[in-house]
Design a protein. Sequence first.
Length: 565
Amino acid sequence: MDRIWLKSYPPSVPHEIDHHRYESVVQIFDEAFAKYRDRKAFVGFGKEVSYRELDELSKCVAAWLQSRGLQKGDRVAIMMPNILQNPVTIAAVLRAGYVVVNVNPLYTPRELEHQLKDSGARVIFILENFATTLQQVIARTKVEHVVLASMGDLLGFAKGTLVNFVVRHVKKMVPAFELSNTTRFNTVLAEGGRLPLEPAVLTHEDVAFLQYTGGTTGLAKGATLVHRNIVANVLQAEAWIQPALTNPKKGPPPEQLIWVCALPLYHIFALTACYLIGTRLGGLNILIPNPRDQAALIKEVRPYRFNLFPAVNTLFNALANNAEFAKLDFSQLRVSLGGGMAVQEAVAKKWLAVTGCPICEAYGLSETSPAATGNPTDTDAFSGTIGLPFPSTDVAILDDDGKPVPIGERGEIAIRGPQVMTGYWNQPGETAKVMTPDGFFKTGDIGIMDERGYTRIVDRKKDMILVSGFNVYPNEIEGVVANHPGVLEVAAVGVPDPNSGEAVKLFVVKKDESLTERDLMQYCAENLTGYKKPKYIEFRVELPKTNVGKILRRELRDEALKKAA
């Protein structure tokens, strides 16, 4: 195909990357552990962990896992926020030859049960704060071993003891739970330290991660990401950000790059853009467990002259309007990477005015590891687009028959490259719906590519709702709400929201006239993760339908958009 976007590339960015440089993500880890042993790799709650320590800690956990009788390719779930145990465990699972299943710690029992059952995870590492959720579902899963982490595990005895006391007894953030066959994280380290680690023999096509994303059936699907996918995307993203890292206006590149990791590591955006690229380049990641606590975030990053700040539009907006954040030292901030949701021009301008660093908007999905396109990092200009295809990546705009449309015409954005998943876990039918015979992944987003190769998203083919960078699928919401005994019919749509980009709105026909908005909100809170919960509920006598009885979500959405306008 004609790669018209290559003429728009910054001069220093290669057209292709060689993803054969590494056979697996573990080789990237091994290289970093050897090359950067004395550098700090992560900092959380003020505690810094070096690459040497990351190597040793992850080796202990990996050896312990191997001693549990797992086979190569077995799945290990990780259900933790951005605390030091998280990156240690990710590295350990991969080094042991297993597959990481990233789990949102805020999942409800229903959501957690599906992901554990679908993945077939045999082990789960979980922060004790969320153990009560696991307790409710573990009997119906294949989980054999539970590793319980606490906030203070890796903070040293004195500080760790204090943090755990405050979390458990002062803030009361650990609900009571009962789980059998559990092992404490620090016990795993002690036991694993006395065990040998058998280095895993991994290839490009071995599975590295199962990243769960919503689906047309209402149940989340696992995007199967093999080591080739992740290695390729790390090298692609590294090549893309180089012009900003070597920008002479900022002076010579720092000896060590520092990331603000405010996005959750269980999300593919932070996993690749913070952890994996940071490790590849020997960087330091500042772990932020709760980015909504802006005061804590500012306190955590204040001692550092950070260089890279990946975030979603809502976080950029909140911080750019925080007077205390504006007092930080931004003199070495070189890349502000926007993704997960559209970056608004007003937010981009405000962020640039506060920090002196432009937001570079990129685009990707769990299915693409995630990065597929991005705006050049050597310009302050706001394009309002998702930028150009990354090195070794093809982007096509397809019509309903799967054929490319002429430049400037709308169609479905499709992506082909070494970072594209091998398929959905154990769902060949769903995989076939999104993959073309010539290897393009159909994103479901409608876009227009101009003559320079820049693509602008104009609509969605799917009814997906994008809340603060998280995908929300109406079928899942409707399936949950329809189980309420007072609901006859329900439709879920996305409506504009100034804080989260979009919010969920429900249109409901009552079966029980006594049903109230408060009742339904409470039910949703018990069964849906926070970002999936509806912000608005509107009761209707009936819902618009097609001749065959299918609810017309698009009509409801258009009506809601007009009302909002």
